[in-house]
Design a protein around this ligand. Structure first.
Ligand SMILES: NC(=O)c1ccc[n+]([C@@H]2O[C@H](COP(=O)([O-])OP(=O)(O)OC[C@H]3O[C@@H](n4cnc5c(N)ncnc54)[C@H](OP(=O)(O)O)[C@@H]3O)[C@@H](O)[C@H]2O)c1
Length: 266
């Protein structure tokens, strides 16, 4: 089975290509001819579509561009990839974050920012066509590269504040990918939306406090922030329920397990 990846130089895509050995689909997804050539050359059975504009503030300021990449770019893939399995990587930003601590696959999206709107529209576009599509929503991926800046500040003894009012189901990127691979194995019976995320939800303050303690730094440098510094356009409660994934037999990991895994490679 040949698995190809869009956005192969991104945070998730580079793990999939460089560490898991999947084939990059080298194309600008806004250019239908490039998309066609890349897909026809690789001829994948599965495409993991990670390419997107993901910077929340940038999307907010450039809504047309965000729409082009996240929606139109997705439809360019669907136009060519008519057989096989398309995994559309999506986000908890499709939800408002005002209602639940953990959003399930059945909750109705109601995004509060342009990024979330375009990812939700991308989910819909990805589901058109004759290929099978599974929308995989996750909440917050992390790895050593993601943690590096905060770790440096801890090493330098610089106080950092993190919001107590924004929660996510943090998951270590390789753990997320383990879930994704199991889902691909189970594709014939899989539903069309599945959450793959860390078990439970932590605030950024909780997360960084645990990072500091587990990695052996002084956690008193991690301070709680209760005042909104402009995160208004982000879903506050961004936990995702992993009940469906667990019932399907996907491996479920905790953020704590992810932090421990990071420690092992440091
Ligand atoms: N990271 C998370 O915590 C998280 C959480 C929830 C969902 N997701 C979803 O997971 C996916 C991957 O996220 P990520 O964190 O890996 O994002 P990322 O680091 O921003 O990677 C996205 C990749 O897409 C590429 N891209 C943008 N426009 C493109 C175009 N027109 N044609 C081809 N490639 C293009 C980017 O290339 P350039 O950099 O060269 O523009 C980048 O390499 C996204 O769909 C995101 O919505 C991520």
């Amino acid at each position: 089975m040949k698995i190809a990846v869009t956005g192969s130089e991104g945070k998730l895509g580079s793990w999939l290509v460089n560490k898991f050995g999947f084939t990059p689909l080298e194309c600008n997804i806004l250019k239908p001819e490039e998309v066609k050539e890349a897909i026809n050359t690789v001829s994948p059975d599965v495409i993991i579509h990670t390419a997107a504009l993901t910077d929340v503030e940038y999307c907010q300021e450039h809504p047309k561009e965000a729409y082009e990449v996240n929606v139109h770019g997705t439809s360019n893939i669907v136009d060519v990839f008519t057989k096989g399995l398309l995994i559309y990587c999506s986000t908890v930003h499709v939800f408002s974050g005002n209602q639940y601590f953990a959003y399930s696959e059945n909750h109705k999206p109601s995004p509060v920012n342009v990024y979330g709107f375009t990812k939700w529209a991308g989910e819909a576009l990805a589901s058109f066509g004759s290929q099978q599509t599974i929308v995989v929503r996750t909440s917050k991926l992390f790895d050593l590269a993601y943690l590096a800046h905060g770790i440096k500040l801890l090493q330098d003894g610089i106080t950092q504040d993190y919001p107590t009012f924004i929660t996510r189901s943090f998951v270590y990127t390789p753990h997320f990918i383990q879930g994704l691979l199991k889902l691909i194995d189970l594709r014939e019976t899989a539903p069309n939306i599945v959450n793959i995320a860390g078990n439970g939800a932590w605030s950024y303050y909780d997360f960084w406090g645990n990072v500091a303690i587990e990695l052996g730094y002084d956690s008193s440098y991690i301070m709680p922030r209760t005042i909104d510094n402009g995160e208004l356009s982000r879903p506050k409660r961004g936990g995702l329920s992993t009940d469906l994934a667990a019932r399907m037999g996907l491996p479920i990991y905790s953020a704590f397990g992810g932090i421990k895994a990071v420690k092992e490679i440091m």
